[in-house]
Write a protein that binds this ligand. Structure first.
Ligand code: NDP
Ligand code: 8X3
Length: 249
């Protein structure tokens, strides 16, 4: 039985990924700050299938402790799913709260690279795989995207760059870059719980399950095959053109 380490498994894409992987015979280390959500996953899917690792990914000491305390059955990681992340603020750069920017950098960039670096020797030893959830926001910019978009451009590119360093090791690396997915991310992003403020309302967005099936598909490909990157959007999302302002600047 193979073992996956899925960050951000208390909600959205990560939670759906754990369900999909376990349903297909994987064991999962499921991480997040909300212990009760992880405990519920363990109750539902079984303690032999899910190990809850409760820690804030920005806390390196807590990350180290979680890695050092993996039970024997969950200690040999075959797949790292770098998923935990968030968009916070998304106001114009000139109005942005620096604390929001720092949170996104710490979570979407710093935590991801630290965890990846710590798991790389084990992943190389097992000829494992890394799947990272980047974003279309890393490929196309939009107003208010600023640091979120930058952090996801980093995620997309760091993941691709890992392929170069891991050349010849047998480790597979894939960047999955979704557009709009209806998850708790949409609430954090808009800063509102009101459905009428939901940016994704009426879009018929993708679901966590849509992305989880993609993760599962990539994870189960034959070992000689590497998908470098996948970009997905709901049909109702597309690219905007250039914005043009006329007159004196
Ligand atoms: P959710 O808000 O539903 O889930 C986010 C997950 O990340 C939660 O499990 C949360 O766990 C975890 N997380 C966030 N901050 C921390 C932290 N400091 N420490 C530990 N865990 C943390 O969002 P999604 O499922 O949509 O997002 C998952 C990934 O997908 C993100 O990287 C996001 O950027 C990306 N993405 C999302 C898109 C979308 O439209 N939804 C589109 C493209 C990419 P907890 O709060 O319990 O700690
Ligand atoms: C967010 C993707 O399309 O909502 O990562 O900006 S999108």
């Amino acid at each position: 039985m193979k073992t996956a380490f899925v960050t951000g498994a208390t909600a959205g894409i990560g939670e759906a990924a754990v369900r999909a992987l376990v349903a297909n015979g994987w064991r999962c280390v499921a991480t997040g700050r909300r212990k009760e959500r992880l405990d519920a996953l363990v109750s539902e899917l079984g303690a032999d299938k899910v190990h809850p690792a409760v820690f804030d990914v920005r806390d390196e000491a807590a990350m180290d402790e979680a890695l050092a305390n993996l039970p024997a059955d969950f200690a040999d990681i075959d797949l790292l799913v770098n998923n935990a992340g968030l968009a916070q603020g998304l106001s114009p750069a000139q109005e942005a709260d620096l604390a929001d920017w720092q949170t996104m950098i710490d979570t979407n960039i710093t935590a991801m690279v630290k965890l990846t670096r710590k798991l790389l020797p084990a992943l190389i030893e097992r000829k494992g795989a890394i799947i990272a959830i980047g974003s279309v926001a890393g490929n196309y910019v939009y107003p208010g995207g600023n640091v979120y978009a930058g952090s996801k451009a980093f995620a997309n590119h760091f993941t691709l760059a890992l392929r170069a360093d891991l050349h010849g090791t047998g480790v597979r690396v894939t960047s999955i870059e979704p557009g709009m997915v209806e998850t708790e991310f949409t609430v954090v992003r808009t800063g509102s719980q009101k459905a009428s403020d939901d940016l994704y309302a009426g879009v018929n967005p993708m679901t966590g399950e849509d992305i989880a099936s993609t993760i599962l598909w990539v994870a189960e490909l034959p070992p000689h095959l590497n998908i470098n990157r996948i970009e997905l959007m709901p049909v109702n999302q597309d690219f905007a053109g250039f914005a043009i302002a006329r007159g004196e600047q």
